[in-house]
Design a protein around this ligand. Structure first.
Ligand code: ADP
Length: 454
């Protein structure tokens, strides 16, 4: 009983029933009153009363004494129409009531509606007065009249029942149609709650219901995506942890089994793997913190040029050793940035390390900074003439654990987390990060930082 479609059907049924009852009642009342008036009118028109009254006025030039005529008429005709009627009203040419068989009407004036309905009585070529016949209030009717009214009432009842049944059927169809998408939604929501995130509902029904269905599908898609991300992340973490662990385990086993001699060189290999493990774990911790919005930023105005130069300095020795030139394009005066210097250095370290890693000897790495196109922002860029990134790979470079060439990067210690962390740091500053690249030409990685209000 508390199902929506049942409640809607009952409501539709009740509304239809009430409407049909009211219409039937009003029609019944109207039809019987109109019918009585019609019968009364036709009796008067079929009687000599009108011409009698006309002759009377022609003879007497007044209505005085005309009551006798009317009383006679009433007395003879009443039985045919019923005890209640008809009621007869006679008014003079100016509408003053001279005779009425309804009490207290004599001396008053005919209402305009009554005057319009009344029959004019002609005498001497003028309107001498008005005769108004109204149906009586009720009482017994002639058997033919009663049969007529009974037939009308039966037809009304049949029409009412038909309308009621049609209303109920229509109500049932509409209610089922309204409730169906909602029950589909609730079934799908139940499935999602049990972890089946591939559930979708058809966008159907009224605009509001379709909106809810659309929102549900978006929500389910979002949940499915984050579940997939979660699963991939766990798989990636397990994969990344397994490699150094396998190396450590294998080397330790070899040392224990005397396959390798117990020498510092062998232990150093194992130690290097623990460094990889440690870096991976701390990167993961950092990323998790950043994604949870828990990255602590100590923002203050920074001398941008000085910060960029100090971040670049540690790479100069390595670059020189690899035969890579380092250039800067920093204007003489750069606006002061409002940022956390340690975090900005971390982003730069990652971009510069990548540039060094993917640029062959003879290449150039350029660090540049300038006011960004949108006011209030600084644009910092690290440009290299290295391997570049394929267009299909470019949209993925900021995803966690993504690497263009898994085996190669791992050899060099990268787990594909550096750019994901850089993105989180830049976005925590309110800035943007992006990359453009041309395979075998080089890449540009850029990010924006807010300019301090002075
Ligand atoms: P990783 O620790 O592997 O370097 P990153 O998140 O820093 O992880 O980079 C993700 C991937 O993006 C890299 O594995 C590499 O394939 C690609 N990449 C990043 N920087 C560059 C670059 N300057 N030139 C070419 N490829 C790059």
């Amino acid at each position: 009983m508390n199902k929506l479609w049942i409640q809607l059907t009952v409501a539709f049924g009740l509304v239809t029933l009430t409407g049909v009852l009211i219409v039937a009642l009003l029609t019944n009342m109207q039809v019987s009153s109109e019918f009585r008036s019609f019968v009364a009118q036709s009796q008067v028109q079929g009687s000599p009363l009108l011409s009698e009254l006309s002759d009377y006025y022609a003879q007497h030039a007044s209505w005085q004494g005309a009551e006798t005529l009317l009383r006679e008429f009433t007395a003879t005709r009443r039985g045919a129409i019923g005890r209640g009627g008809p009621s007869i009203v006679l008014a003079d040419s100016s509408g003053h009531i001279i005779y009425s068989d309804t009490p207290n009407q004599v001396g008053t004036t005919l209402a305009p509606a009554d005057r319009a309905a009344a029959t004019a009585i002609p005498a001497n070529g003028q309107t001498a007065g008005y005769l108004l016949i109204r149906a009586g209030a009720g009482g017994a009717m002639s058997p033919a009249g009663q049969q007529f009214l009974a037939r009308v009432n039966r037809s009304l009842l049949q029409a009412g029942v038909l309308a009621g049944v049609l209303g109920l059927i229509l109500g049932l169809i509409i209610a089922r149609n309204l409730a169906a998408p909602l029950s589909r939604l609730s079934t799908a929501a139940g499935q999602v709650a049990q972890g089946k995130f591939d559930q979708r509902v058809p966008i159907a029904g009224a605009a509001e219901v379709a909106d809810v269905a659309r929102a549900f599908n978006d929500m389910a898609a979002g949940l499915q995506q984050s579940e997939q991300l979660r699963q991939h992340m766990i798989a990636d973490i397990a994969h990344e942890l397994r490699t150094p662990l396998t190396v450590i385990q294998g080397n330790l086993r070899a040392l224990l089994d005397d396959v390798y001699p117990l020498e510092k060189g062998e232990i150093a290999t194992i130690y290097d793997e623990t460094i990889v493990l440690n870096r991976l774990v701390s990167d993961l911790r950092e990323l998790a913190k950043a994604e949870a919005g828990q990255l602590e930023l100590h923002m203050h105005p920074l001398d941008t040029s000085a910060l960029l130069r100090s971040a670049l300095a540690p790479f100069e020795v390595n670059a020189a050793a690899q035969g890579i030139a380092i250039a800067t394009q920093l204007p003489a005066t750069l606006p002061t940035a409002q940022a956390d210097p340690e975090r900005v250095r971390q982003v730069l370290r990652n971009l510069l390390a990548n540039a060094l890693r993917y640029t062959p000897a003879g290449g150039t790495i350029t660090l540049s900074a300038a006011q960004a196109a949108n006011a209030g922002w600084l644009r910092v860029a690290v440009c290299d003439t290295g391997a570049g990134i394929a267009a299909a790979d470019l949209p993925h470079v900021f995803e966690r654990f993504w690497r263009a060439d898994r085996s190669r990067s791992r050899d060099q210690g990268g787990a594909g987390l550096g750019l994901a962390i850089a993105k989180q740091i830049v976005e925590a500053h309110g800035g943007q990060i992006g990359a453009t690249s041309e395979p075998s030409q080089g890449s540009e990685f850029w990010f924006t930082l807010p300019i301090a209000d002075m």
